[in-house]
Design a protein around this ligand. Sequence first.
Ligand code: PLP
Length: 437
Amino acid sequence: MNPIAVQLNETIAQGNPDLLEMLSPLGRALFFPKGILSQGAEAKEKAHRFNATIGIATDSRGTMHLDSIMAPLGDMKPEETLNYAPSFGLPALRELWQDALRGKNPGLQDKPISLPVVTAGVTHGLSTFADLWVAPQDGIVLPEMMWGNYGLIFAVRKGARILGHNLFNNSGGLDLDSFARTVRVEAEARGKAIVLLNFPQNPSGYTPTEAEYDRMADILAETAANGARVIAAVDDAYFGLFYTPEAARESLFVRLAHRHPRLLAVKLDGATKENFVWGLRVGFITYGCPVTGDSRPVYEALEKKTAGCIRGTISNASHLSQRLVLQSMRNPDYPKEKQEKFEILKRRALRVKQVLADPKYAEAWDVYPFNSGYFMCLRLKSVDAEVLRVHLLDRYGVGLISLGQANLRVAFSCIEENDIQALFDIILQGVKDLAKS
Ligand SMILES: Cc1ncc(COP(=O)(O)O)c(C=O)c1O
């Protein structure tokens, strides 16, 4: 193993030996190389004559560039957009996102967490998480109704076993007995449980209540207290889009990050959905876990391993994208702009609820609980979801997503408030058409 990796592992083990055991074999081997990067940093300081270290090109104007690339970027400078960003991400953006995390989650207060490391969107955050913490044949606890891409990230790419649990009970809340059973069985069998928790949830649009979050955190903390190592990844892709009072406002990460030394919380979030910049691909990965003594060296070691993983895959996330997100977040109008978009989505979600309260739909479907995010989901009673999807597309020009036999996902994030009644009436008509044929 590379001596730098050995050193990082020693630092981690000193702060929390269980953390080292939780790392996958790849996670243990990862490190952030010094080589070219540290020589480049030294040259930046001392090489006043010729600096021939960096793998970019320069000319008399500084960073070499095509005017046709810079022209649409207005006042932005090539040095701030075209140069490579660090594998860790832009330092100012990492600091600002961490401040924003504390602002959005007052429960974090000044509790120690890592500095967020920048990823190319939440998907890349998830696959980086998988590289560091998930080994082939590890089990990963996920609801049976889930974002389909988890299958590619964890089962196909990592060879992990997906351990499905039932998501909802029959009383309009989460089936936490099913969740607890699945976690316990895996923990008892393997001494380790990896769980992936995504709220606001895709596809249902559900965010738990405070009481549900308390119970989930208790289940994981008890599992850790009973001797197993627990890794909890919190996919907060749609964080902040909470529309009804009962949806908990803080991330589950807050309840998990400082709960037990054998419980590691990993927050995966991003500007992609929260700030409506999907194609810019800016995400973050942040760690929280109790550590003995000064937590900073341990978090730095985890950040270095994470950045090493990024260095070895995409090298670094887009500098231009990070710069745009940073500038937007620094703009005094940023909070107001975000609030305006939030209000639009909230009005749509509440309109969906109002429309679906009409008993005329009850024969055709049940509505899964929803209170947040971009989506909601129908459970069809009499027709196959894929057959209905194709029929709605062909006959009415309406596009929805079918999931399994009975579920139809509606992205109300893309439907104007005034069109919501018409949308559900067309879906109902589609169900009736199929019943007749
Ligand atoms: C639950 C969940 N996580 C992550 C993502 C991916 O987000 P990103 O575009 O930042 O990769 C999605 C996108 O659909 C999602 O639904």
